[in-house]
Design a protein around this ligand. Structure first.
Ligand SMILES: Cc1ncc(COP(=O)(O)O)c(C=O)c1O
Length: 371
């Protein structure tokens, strides 16, 4: 079978750089190479040594001394694994909801039987500490807070540090969806006292999809010992035990772990803070380019994301028409909006292995499609 690829001919768009959706992102070339390595025995010294090193690299990238665990699965596995290990049916949680992903985190909690108190904001706005604090106070005995750090559907970054501090002051566990923030923006798991911080490797971690990674606090591990949900594949206990030996509870996605290891090396080589600064710079540059084209960014100023930008589809076009026009003319693939914004908003990812040339090419393509 022939897999369709882009027809992009712009020299700035080599090595997959035409893919400008907010994940899966362009895979780092070293990660592409790494995943072609031969298999190793998943229970044996080669694996144990490798996993200890990878977990250490991941700890540094999350600024944590805590446990780092990996499951074969996509980012969504992070929602479910966090809920079923840290909580019990009937527990009260307060959740940030300002877009498709916050909505889904809250919805999953409800589906699994939690009492979810939503802090709803208009899509394109951030959840403020004031609103979050009020919801925490109103909720009474809150077991946990669900915080979507970066809302990929709107290009909003919520003030995680402040929101987490309010939740911790109430004694609540803090579960953080860092799917489109981890690896792209400041994330201090230990300093911010976060309990369950998860992401999928197909975003800023520059890997193919299929691996979920989570930083798990000691408090979260203790909570899991009395949590009331039934679980098997996502159970923390066997995964933790295996991790301490340097393996995983079930057969791991070894090729993806190789890819992640190479991507982590690339991040540490560039420098974690330099990576975060690059994302801030790219976000600013992309938004400035849109402003020049008189295209309106969806996210409110002050909370605009460094990893993804959502904008109102220009000139009254539907977002899928606009997307199609760009791809037909240039090979560049951008995303449409989601949920209520599906037809009126487009999104461009600038996370992971990204630099200015491909964003410039994307801005040119947007301008051309408008004309
Ligand atoms: C913020 C956020 N959370 C969760 C998810 C779900 O991740 P996945 O599609 O990898 O299951 C996504 C996917 O884009 C996301 O952006």
């Amino acid at each position: 079978m022939t897999i369709p690829t882009t027809t992009a001919t712009d020299p700035r768009l080599t090595q997959g750089r035409w893919l400008r959706i907010p994940g899966p992102t362009v895979v780092h070339p070293n990660a592409v190479q790494a995943q072609t390595r031969d298999m190793i025995a998943h229970r044996g010294p080669a694996m144990y040594g490798f996993m200890h090193e990878l977990r250490e690299k991941a700890r540094v990238a999350h600024r944590t001394e805590s446990e780092m665990l990996f499951w074969a699965g996509s980012g969504s596995a992070g929602w479910e694994t966090g809920i079923v290990n840290l909580l019990s049916p009937g527990d009260t949680v307060v959740a940030t909801v300002g877009g498709a992903f916050g909505e889904r985190f809250a919805w999953l909690g409800e589906k699994l039987g939690l009492d979810v108190r939503r802090v709803e904001v208009e899509w394109g706005k951030a959840v403020t500490p004031e609103a979050f604090g009020q919801a925490l106070d109103a909720a009474g005995d809150v077991k946990a807070a669900f915080i979507t750090h970066n809302e990929t559907s709107t290009g909003i970054t919520n003030p995680l540090k402040e929101l987490a501090a309010l939740a911790r002051a109430k004694g609540a566990l803090v579960l953080v969806d860092a799917v489109s923030s981890a690896g792209a923006m400041e994330l201090n798991v230990d300093e911010w006292d976060l309990d369950w911080t998860f992401s999928g490797v197909q975003k800023a971690w520059m890997c193919p999809p299929g691996l979920m990674m989570a930083a798990v606090s000691e408090r979260a591990i203790r909570a899991s010992e009395t949590a009331g949900f039934k679980r098997f594949y996502f159970d923390l206990a066997p995964m933790l035990q295996a991790a301490r030996e340097g393996s995983t509870a079930t057969t791991p996605a070894i090729s993806l772990l190789f890819a992640l290891d190479a991507a982590m090396d690339a991040i540490h080589e560039e420098g974690l803070e330099q990576v975060w600064e690059r994302h801030i710079r790219l976000g600013k540059a992309f938004r400035a380019g849109l402003e020049e084209l008189r295209v309106e960014v969806l996210a409110e100023p002050g909370y605009q994301s460094a990893s993804v930008t959502a904008f109102h589809t220009p000139n009254g076009m539907t977002s899928s028409d606009f997307q199609g026009r760009i791809t037909d003319a240039t090979g560049i693939v951008i995303a449409t909006g989601q949920g209520p914004l599906a037809k009126t908003v487009n999104r461009v990812g600038h996370m992971g292995w990204s630099e200015l040339p491909e964003l410039d090419a994307t801005l040119e393509a947007i301008g051309q499609a408008m004309r």
